[in-house]
Design a protein around this ligand. Structure first.
Ligand code: HEC
Ligand code: HEC
Ligand code: HEC
Ligand code: HEC
Length: 126
């Protein structure tokens, strides 16, 4: 490849990268439900970044946490992992099963703050 082709290719790759990141972060995010063998509901949606800004959540580890021996490690985030990588469908010991993990995290905070949806259809659109 000549220099020009290399330049064009890297520009293209960069554009694709930006588009992909922008798409997954700024737009509606469908929380992956494919790990549930037969999903009963539509995949939950929320606007990842906009939601966290609106709710004034600064720490990624409010949701993407890391625990060591039952203690949450402050400022350490598991943002590069899916919740399902640590939460199996069924609970194991102190680690809640996947659905419970999501509901405790999402609804738990909404209930606690008396803000944010708690009705099924508000997160799982029809
Ligand atoms: C605050 C948001 C929120 C609310 C409210 C909520 N859920 Fe969920 N729920 C989720 C998320 C996030 C998941 C993870 C996977 C997915 O569905 O995208 C999930 C997963 C599930 C699952 C497992 C996956 C499946 O489709 O089988 C079921 C069943 C479910 N929810 C039922 C309900 C029911 C019933 C209600 C109302 C009583 C409800 N949810 C309310 C966010 C919510
Ligand atoms: C209110 C909870 C919450 C907060 C706060 C949060 N996230 Fe997420 N994030 C999620 C959920 C839920 C998913 C989907 C995980 C899954 O499907 O297992 C996700 C997915 C991601 C993904 C992967 C995939 C994608 O489509 O974008 C990245 C990267 C990410 N978050 C980064 C961050 C960073 C960086 C922060 C802090 C600035 C952050 N998150 C804060 C809930 C949150
Ligand atoms: C790196 C592994 C790991 C990842 C990734 C992970 N968790 Fe957890 N989670 C754990 C462990 C371990 C516990 C048990 C903590 C204890 O010992 O009390 C836990 C506990 C929980 C609890 C109950 C305690 C609490 O903090 O409220 C909820 C809810 C939860 N996780 C939700 C989530 C959600 C939602 C995601 C994805 C955004 C997620 N977890 C990602 C490992 C993980
Ligand atoms: C640490 C607290 C917290 C957690 C965790 C959290 N939320 Fe929220 N959420 C809020 C607050 C606060 C609001 C209301 C913001 C407002 O209206 O000012 C909100 C609003 C929402 C809304 C309505 C506004 C919008 O963005 O469309 C949806 C949908 C939502 N949350 C889904 C979720 C889902 C799905 C999860 C779990 C993956 C989750 N939330 C986890 C605090 C939280």
């Amino acid at each position: 490849m000549n220099k020009c082709a290399v330049y064009m290719l890297s520009a293209l790759l960069l554009t694709v990268f930006i588009l992909v990141t922008a798409y997954s972060q700024d737009d509606m995010m469908f929380v992956d439900n494919s790990v549930f063998s037969k999903p009963e509901r539509t995949a939950a949606v929320f606007e990842h970044d906009a939601h966290n800004e609106m709710a004034a959540i600064e720490a990624c580890d409010e949701c993407h946490h890391i625990y060591e021996e039952g203690i949450r490690i402050e400022d350490e985030s598991s943002e590069d992992q899916m919740c399902s990588e640590c939460h199996d469908i069924e609970a194991t010991g102190r680690v809640p099963g996947l659905m419970k993990a999501f509901h405790l995290n999402c609804k738990g905070c909404h209930l606690g703050r008396k803000k944010g949806p708690i009705m099924c259809g508000e997160c799982h659109p029809r």
